[in-house]
Design a protein. Sequence first.
Length: 231
Amino acid sequence: MFDQVVPLITEAPRRWFFVTVIFEEHRYQRGELHKFDPKKLIERFRAALRKVGIEHIVAFGGLDYCEETRMQDFNSSPTYTWCVHTHHLVYVSDEKAEELRRILRERFRDSPYARRPVQFARHKADKYTIFQATSYCVKSVYNSAIVARSPSGQSARKKGRKRLHGKSQAELAAFQARQNLGDRVLLVGLKRNQKSIIRTRTTPTITAAGFKAISYLNVPIRKWDDFSSIV
């Protein structure tokens, strides 16, 4: 998947925005993840894109599952909660980007569990490689965040992150095994064609900088028509 998507993004890396959306209503206790329907969540994000005008957008992304280990203090018994959220790379004009940012922040409000439910920023091509950004959108390794309140109970803080507990890892693996890839990956302006991802919407022609980025990432350089077509 990365082999197909990375060259698309390296054409114009500074025109892409990295978008994270945290959904307060999609919080599940350990053992209850089976109640979650990923297709409905992906569709909610797609609906926001349609509001802007989906013909102006190319987007790629998927679901992330963070397990919160929440304690009243560091000596109390923990509770484990799945916090489902999404990460997307979105290609959109600056004008439409501001409209999309506004629509997302209107639809997904702040909550006690998500102080910043929408994070929307231009991809920092000089800080994060395209591969880092792309692989973060669709990953196979998930974390458990440790959250505890201060003795006064007024503020929450994260002590650190670690890999998922064994029981949680098993629950997530069993849940994902029942889902098709298409149910948990968003493709807008792109589509799967057997093992390839092709574009259905025009993006800028590849640049010299794009070729350099592809070479740096060790991604095979191919002719554009070899891995993509315009429908």
